[in-house]
Design a protein around this ligand. Structure first.
Ligand code: TGC
Ligand code: FAD
Length: 394
């Protein structure tokens, strides 16, 4: 792969709206990605292997629980810092950002928000340091966009101490190597609860899903529960119902809205540099109007997405961001990134399909990003419901 020459576009001087702390956190993540992710990520994707060697680095830049309070091992940062870290990581690779998103927003967040003090003390510091890695099991083979229909369930073991968990989750990021899984399951009354399942519990297995053309540097798999005995003390006590997992998704979708900007910036920056250097018909291809149209539209869309994410971050810092606003940003920014990846690929001609450049990897990764955490269609329907009051899901 070519050396990482990334220079971040900031067409509207958005840096002026960030604090010195924001910029410091962002720049630390950016340097780490250049030094520790860029040199290895193409090979990891080609080999379809999550590079576990980067886990300590992710912890060191605050990617595991950026906004979780320091007393639990988190970094105690604001939401804009969280977004900027996700942007920089996804600039490197969406699969690496996935690992961080799941750990922070889908594993640490529910334990922090819905867990008991004992659960927080037991799990959060180890998750923040990367000693424990987590996964989040909501999707099932027959329940993707409609998680409320889930069939994974538990019943009382009758011994006063345990529950018995049965079911299966599919498409689970980090599952093949997770130490703990936050699993959403129905109790005997059909109410959804979060349960912390730990590796080693009998009847719990995590087979890997192979042959993916997307997010190849992220490990994806199943979570299978066959009469797994789980202590009742592992049930998250402080929130139940579908709103509990959906609340976690709000936090993860926010991170994706920022992360997608990173992937788009990398594609744009690569294509711009290439267009200035590649000579055809005696001129750099950047001098042709057709290529300028692509590049000009890319920087316009990136700038709009940056402003959308920043405003959402401000609202989230004030605890005023609605789920529907988060959906709009996730949907818009991922679509923006995937379109830019496709156009950028064309600017590189044949070179664009090789692993010498990051663009094709970003493009394939974004096919997952536009589907997970709520598909492109589902987020449109969330906006539709919000503005019309009419539910078009069912
Ligand atoms: P609905 O009746 O609308 O809602 C049920 C309850 O949930 C509440 N709620 C929310 N709460 C917090 N945040 C949100 N975003 C919420 N959306 C809804 C709602 O108020 C209600 O509460 P209550 O108290 O009245 O019961 O539910 P529905 O069954 O009609 O479904 C709505 C729908 C389709 C929007 C929702 O289910 C949905 O978002 N579907 C998409 C599923 C999804 O996003 N799955 C993601 C799986 S995790 C993943 O992909 C990780 S990838 C990670 C990575 O690698 O980065
Ligand atoms: P379906 O729900 O079957 O949707 C198929 C199509 O139908 C889509 O185009 C959808 O938009 C459309 N559709 C569905 N319902 C409607 C409707 N009401 N109106 C109009 N159109 C509709 N899940 C987890 O729980 N944890 C994870 O860590 C996780 N990681 C993932 C990693 C990867 C790489 C991938 C690909 C997925 C991951 N997922 C995870 C699952 C992901 O959230 C689901 O794939 C996603 O929610 C869509 O579900 P589905 O694939 O079952 O598609």
């Amino acid at each position: 792969m070519k050396p990482d020459l990334f220079e971040a576009p900031d067409y509207y001087n958005i840096d002026d709206l960030l604090t010195e702390e924001h910029k410091m956190i962002r720049d630390a993540a950016r340097s780490w990605v250049k030094r520790d992710v860029s040199p290895i990520i193409e090979q990891a994707a080609q080999d379809a292997k999550f590079p576990k060697s980067i886990i300590p680095g992710l912890a060191s830049i605050g990617a595991f629980g950026p906004y979780i309070p320091e007393e639990y091992g988190g970094s105690g940062l604001d939401q804009i810092s969280y977004g900027l870290i996700m942007q920089e990581i996804e600039r490197g690779d969406s699969g690496v950002r996935s690992t961080a998103s799941v750990q922070s927003s889908l594993v640490m967040y529910p334990i922090w928000k819905y867990g008991s003090e004992e659960q927080k003390q037991k799990f959060l510091p180890k998750l923040a340091s990367g000693e424990f890695m987590g996964s989040f099991g909501l999707t099932e083979p027959d329940h993707g966009s409609n998680p409320g229909g889930m069939i994974t369930n538990y019943k009382d073991a009758g011994d006063g101490e345990n529950i018995i968990l049965n079911g299966a989750k599919l498409w689970i990021s980090n599952s093949p190597f997770c130490d703990v899984a936050v699993v959403w399951a129905k109790n005997e009354e059909g109410r959804i609860h979060g349960v912390i399942v730990e590796r080693g519990m009998e009847g719990f297995s995590t087979p890997e899903t192979h042959n993916k053309w997307s997010l190849r540097a992220s490990a994806t798999g199943e979570l299978i529960f066959q009469d797994v005995k789980v202590p009742k003390s592992n049930i998250l006590p402080n929130k139940s119902g579908l709103g509990a997992p959906l609340g976690c998704l709000d936090s993860a979708r926010f991170g994706i809205a920022w992360g997608a900007i990173g992937a788009a910036m990398d594609c744009y920056d690569t294509a711009l540099r290439y267009a200035k250097q590649r000579i055809q018909f005696g001129k750099p291809i950047a001098a042709f109007q057709l290529q300028q149209k692509k590049l000009a539209e890319m920087i316009t869309e990136i700038t709009k997405a940056q402003l959308l994410a920043l405003r959402l971050g401000q609202l989230k810092n004030e605890d005023r961001a609605t789920s529907a606003q988060i959906s709009m940003a996730k949907r818009n920014n991922v679509e923006m990134a995937i379109k830019i990846a496709r156009e950028a690929r064309q600017i590189l001609g044949g070179m664009g399909i090789t692993g010498e450049y990051s663009i094709m990897r970003h493009m394939m990764n974004l096919e997952s990003v536009i589907t997970y955490e709520g598909t492109h269609d589902i987020h449109l329907l969330i906006t539709g419901l919000d503005i019309t009051g009419e539910n078009a899901f069912k």
